[in-house]
Design a protein. Structure first.
Length: 358
């Protein structure tokens, strides 16, 4: 049995992995996931998922990682902390894995390091976009550069994964399009013809389990087989919700113009703003959001129609699907769900959540 320390287990991906373990899902055989949490309040989410053991550990405090990794064969870094700490955190984790003699370190990078994937010949070894406008993407790229300098040492094995948009039941990449379709704020860019680089959460979980069983060091792009265009993605959601999405507002790519909302959004993603948000009570957050919308959003909590945002424009104009053939060759026995199968599995959650009734 391979014991795997799951660092960042309180998030969407970590919770789904623990849920699949509790359900004895196919593909999870031979591995035992051990959640590593930073604070005791993180137990709230994982305690309901049949977890038998947990560890305490904080990537920003290397001295806490020894006991967290003790007896583990592999460690998976799923953390979503401050962007400015991404490089330092993976350096701390790598050092702790070496000290604890952990065989394999699996680090989740992101397909976002390639930006909009503007060239058709991108591959798993292509350099990341160093002038990317997102601090998150630049930090992920810097972490990749550092991991390349230590991967040859071979202890621990280092596996770096670049998933696209991680989606599935309870994910923002499924809930937000469904809500937008309901609200009348959903839209296409250039007819929705561009690539939607998706990675279904269960496919990611199965991939991590297979890597822990049979580690092959390297850098890998990963995603769903047969990924759709943005139009096909919205059409699949609309079919479940019984909503016609054929006539959504269609913005040309040239319609996006940077504005004050984008600058405000950039400030909201800064390390200082994130630190303040983590310390803010939910009631205060709601009051602040209401005040901002009332004073700067036209006096209504409901947007009157689609508004082309920088994030929407950016993700919906990705030119090419990232190739995943290297990962498929390294793990030929891994059986992943296709996009139609993944959407079929997601349909009950969308129905249960009431999006089709709203």
């Amino acid at each position: 049995m391979k014991r795997i320390a799951l660092i960042g287990s309180g998030g969407f991906v970590g919770a789904r992995i623990l849920e699949m373990q509790g359900l004895h899902a196919s593909g999870m055989e031979g591995v035992e996931w051990i959640p590593v949490i930073r604070q005791f309040r993180g137990l709230g989410r994982v305690s309901k998922l049949g977890v038998r053991e947990y560890r305490m550990g904080d990537l920003s405090k290397p001295e806490t990682l020894g006991k967290a990794l003790e007896g583990c064969h592999a460690a998976v870094n799923l953390t979503m902390g401050d962007d400015s700490r991404i490089l330092a955190d993976i350096q701390n984790l790598h050092g702790a894995c070496r000290a604890a003699k952990v065989e394999t370190l699996i680090h989740l990078s992101s397909a976002e390091v390639y930006g909009r994937c503007d060239t058709p010949n991108l591959n798993d070894e292509s350099p990341w976009q160093q002038d990317h406008w997102m601090l998150y993407a630049r930090a992920k790229g810097q972490a990749e550069d550092w991991l390349r300098t230590v991967i040859a040492a071979g202890s621990p094995n280092v596996v770096v994964l670049r998933p696209g948009l991680i989606w599935g039941p309870r994910s923002g990449w499924l809930a937000e399009p469904a809500q937008a379709i309901h609200d009348g704020t959903a839209y296409y860019v250039d007819g929705g013809k561009w690539a939607c680089n998706l990675c279904f959460v269960d496919n990611l979980a199965l991939s991590l389990a297979e890597i822990a069983r049979h580690p092959v060091s390297g850098f890998y792009n990963i995603g769903d087989p047969g990924r759709p265009t943005w139009r096909e993605f919205y059409e699949a959601i609309g079919k479940i919700l019984n909503r016609d999405v054929s006539a959504l507002t269609d913005f040309p790519e040239s319609a996006y113009k940077p504005g004050w909302k984008d600058r405000l959004s950039g400030l909201a993603r800064s390390p200082l703003a994130k630190a303040i948000k983590r310390r803010m009570q939910n009631q205060t957050k709601s009051a602040l959001k209401f005040w901002l919308v009332e004073n700067f959003g036209g006096g209504s909590m409901h947007l009157p129609g689609p508004a082309l945002t920088k994030g929407g424009w950016w993700t919906k104009t990705v030119r090419y699907q990232l190739p995943i053939s290297k990962f498929q060759k390294a793990y030929p026995n891994l059986q992943l769900l296709s996009f139609p199968q993944a959407m079929q599995q997601s349909a009950p959650w969308l129905t249960f959540s009431g999006f089709h009734e709203r």
